[in-house]
Design a protein around this ligand. Sequence first.
Ligand code: SF4
Length: 334
Amino acid sequence: MKPFHYVRADSVAGAVEAYAARPGARYLAGGTNLMDLMKLGVETPAALIDVSRLPLDTVQELPDGGLRAGATVRNSDLAAHPLVRDRFPVLSQALLAGASGQLRNVATTGGNLLQRTRCTYFQDTSAPCDKRRPGSGCAARAGVHRDHAVLGASERCIATHPSDMAVALAALDAEVELHGPEGGRTVPAAEFHRLPGEHPERDTVIRPGELITAVTVPGATAGRPSAYRKARDRASYAFALASVAAVIDLDADRTVRAVGLAFGGLAHRPWRARLAETALLGQRLTEEAVARAVDAELALAQPLAQNAFKVPLARNLAVHTLSGLAAARSPQRT
Ligand code: SF4
């Protein structure tokens, strides 16, 4: 491993200052992904700014019934928090679908959002990879790409984003709080991650030196029926081939008043299914209506030779998840 400096920050402002003073620095919290990438030689930071002991480790209820989770809240603590379990079950389920118990005990909310793709070529420093080494090409296109993107990819990169939690946050209209050299700002969770375009080396819209300080989930979605479903190659400790986060608000005859639907495992970022949501608004939530809406969304897919199976897989996950929520919420009238 390449030598690096280590700095322990004692405040958010101090962390941002320390980062600015050391070009090539990275923030360190749980380190569950960053340490692996440093050992592989994929990440070679000049300095690690340790933010793990900053006072960002609490979950607070917001006046509107939503919640604010600090960036260093551990994934296992967030999943188990009563506010999350009671009001936002999709978030708890997504967190528990990720990684392993040991990793969730260490990984943080901010780090979960910033974890990098598990594309095997990205992690192999001998392979061409535009995300790791811009301009070198993409080994996955002509190589093994079964796990890769079917939506929103570019010629430069077909990687998928690995977080489950981020998919739930996108469906919940959550926001990401950032603090950087120019102060604080907030970004919608659904827009925090980027599509690859010409710059796959940039995973997110975060600016140099910005630190994630919290995520907030609005009270508007609190208590709505919600669920996260994930299809993967084995029952635990595996990334999504496809996943769905769904949040619905129905009236008494199952007409859709509001819906949040996002896919994981299909794109370079959590894929908020806006076309499907628009198609469902004001409709009675039947299996047929969901299938039509999801088909409209997935008509955008451009699968490659090895990953075409993801399209029907995602479709079936979405139909099953939304139909299941509707049935649980309001038993079918005969
Ligand atoms: Fe690199 Fe993206 Fe291609 Fe994977 S898909 S090899 S991350 S450029």
